[in-house]
Design a protein around this ligand. Structure first.
Ligand code: GLN
Length: 483
């Protein structure tokens, strides 16, 4: 297959909402149009793993009915959205991109899914991703890779590759993904869309198939910053079903994102502009920083020296937690059970051997090793100590600046297969995103220009805990500069 482009930006939420409210856009027609486009384009991109057609059309009819009666409509009334396949939705298969969950039908909705629907959103289906969200290219999906809509020879990023590609190819107006070490921010930057890493605790994870529980977060993708802010406002807030969800009040993020960035202090950490950064990515990000200066921000060079330990720290914490979380997939309760066994122990090991892919097995082994007696202090405990240092370093920086800007990824989207056989190279490319994951802080990635061959570049805007509003303002200023 030669490289093709399927880029088509969705209409803004505001425009679609005005249409639905006035009756000029019917939610049912809108949903049908999206299903038609999915039928035409999905075979080339492999973005959706399953569709929830009946549920979508029922919800759309409900919205049209309410609109025709002049009843109050939610902030996402009639908006077609897609959900990463690590989140459960009643009646739809949930695979997490893994063979081991083939055929699993969850009996309930994730809180984030429920909240989207309560706000009027129309859920089109479940989106492809790396197996159990482990990966940076979507090549670890048991159901085949997603192709980048900008250039189908390239990866969309991962693990939420389907969520990013769906927005870039207008196969949904907005989507949900998850980010454990960069899985929202990196694919959003590779596909040229906006992605949000909410503060740890901001969004309930009830109904999320866990990868690494001290890091996992759910967040939105959209075609522009304001729409991403609206999506976050809908899914954020305390949930009694998730003890880690925060009781902090949820501001009106869309309104907050309208505020000017004028006067904000922006930190530029030198460690994110060092060796390994693609020169074209650097040039684009520098243009973004200039635009912030023009918008009235003050720019300050800062240093975050613990960054150099971030990759080993992340890959110890994440794999250790994954090895524990994935113990539940044993052929007894969920999905695949091997028929090749005569004893219970055999059944466990055969089911896991047949069901898990190579990367998931690699991580279970790494994590089990790091947690085993005699190694715990040297690896897991040490990683937790470094994690604390890294978090404290960010907090010290945020005493002096309101936001920190960096490239989201050291390179633009790479070619399918380019790093597939080199796990270490794949891990190292997560260098700019794993730091915020470990520190629990929030961030937004916003399109910030392109390379000479037209590959999108993303700027990462980080802000301290519960300060998504600040990140949105800064991202809006970069977006407005149209770099
Ligand atoms: N690329 C990182 C990993 O493979 C991040 C994944 C994620 O955020 N889910 O662990």
């Amino acid at each position: 297959m030669s490289a093709e482009s399927y880029v088509e930006m969705p209409k803004s939420l505001k425009e679609l909402q005005e249409g639905v409210r006035s009756g000029s856009v019917k939610a049912t027609h809108l949903a049908e149009n999206y299903f038609e486009r999915i039928a035409a384009v999905n075979p080339n991109l492999n973005v959706y793993l399953s569709l929830t057609r009946e549920r979508a059309l029922q919800q759309a009819a409900k919205v049209d009915d309410a609109a025709s009666k002049g009843e109050p409509l939610g902030p996402l009334a009639g908006i077609p959205v897609g959900i990463k396949d690590v989140l459960v939705a009643k009646g739809a298969p949930a695979t997490a991109g893994s063979k081991i969950l083939k055929g699993y039908q969850p009996p309930y909705d994730a809180t984030a899914v429920k909240r989207l629907e309560a706000a009027g959103a129309v859920i089109l289906g479940k989106l492809n991703c790396d197996e159990f969200a482990m990966g940076s290219s979507n090549e670890n999906s048991a159901y085949g890779p997603v192709r980048n809509p900008v250039d189908t020879d390239r990866v969309p990023g991962g693990s939420s590759g389907g969520s990013a590609a769906a927005v870039a190819a207008n196969l949904a107006v907005a989507t949900l993904g998850t980010d454990t070490g960069g899985s929202i921010r990196q694919p959003a930057s590779f596909c040229g869309v906006v992605g949000v890493l909410p503060t740890y605790g901001r969004v309930s994870r009830f109904g999320l198939i866990a990868f690494a529980s001290s890091l996992d977060r759910i967040g939105p993708f959209a075609g522009n910053v304001r729409d991403a802010a609206t999506m976050l406002g809908v899914i954020a807030g305390h949930d009694p079903c998730d003890a880690t969800s925060s009781e902090a009040p949820v501001p009106d993020f869309a309104v907050e994102s309208d505020k000017p960035a004028d006067g904000l202090r922006i930190g530029v950490p030198e460690e994110y502009f060092a060796e390994g950064l693609d020169p074209e990515v650097r040039a684009s990000i520098e243009k973004g920083i200039d635009a912030l200066r023009v918008a009235g921000c003050s720019i300050k060079k800062i240093s975050l020296p613990t960054t150099r330990y971030a990759i080993p720290t992340y890959y110890l914490v994440a794999t250790a937690e994954a090895s524990a979380n994935l113990a539940r997939f044993d052929g007894v309760r969920y999905g695949h059970r091997s028929s090749e066994s005569t004893t219970l122990a055999d059944m466990y090991s055969h089911s896991r051997d047949e069901g898990f892919g190579a990367e998931v097995k690699r991580r279970i082994m790494l994590g089990t090793y790091a947690l085993s007696a005699g190694y715990y202090d040297a690896y897991y405990l040490k990683a937790q100590q470094v994690r604390r240092l890294l978090a404290e370093e960010f907090l010290r920086a945020f005493a002096e600046v309101d936001a920190i800007v960096t490239p989201t990824s050291p390179t633009p989207a790479f070619r399918l297969g380019e790093k597939a056989n080199d796990p270490l190279a794949m891990y190292l490319a997560d260098i700019y995103t794993v730091t915020a994951s470990l520190a629990g802080i929030c961030g937004v990635t916003v399109p910030c220009g392109a390379t000479s061959t037209g590959l999108p570049v993303g700027m990462q805007v980080l802000a301290t805990h519960m300060s998504e509003s600040t990140a949105f303002c800064v991202a809006r200023a970069v977006e407005a500069a149209k770099i």
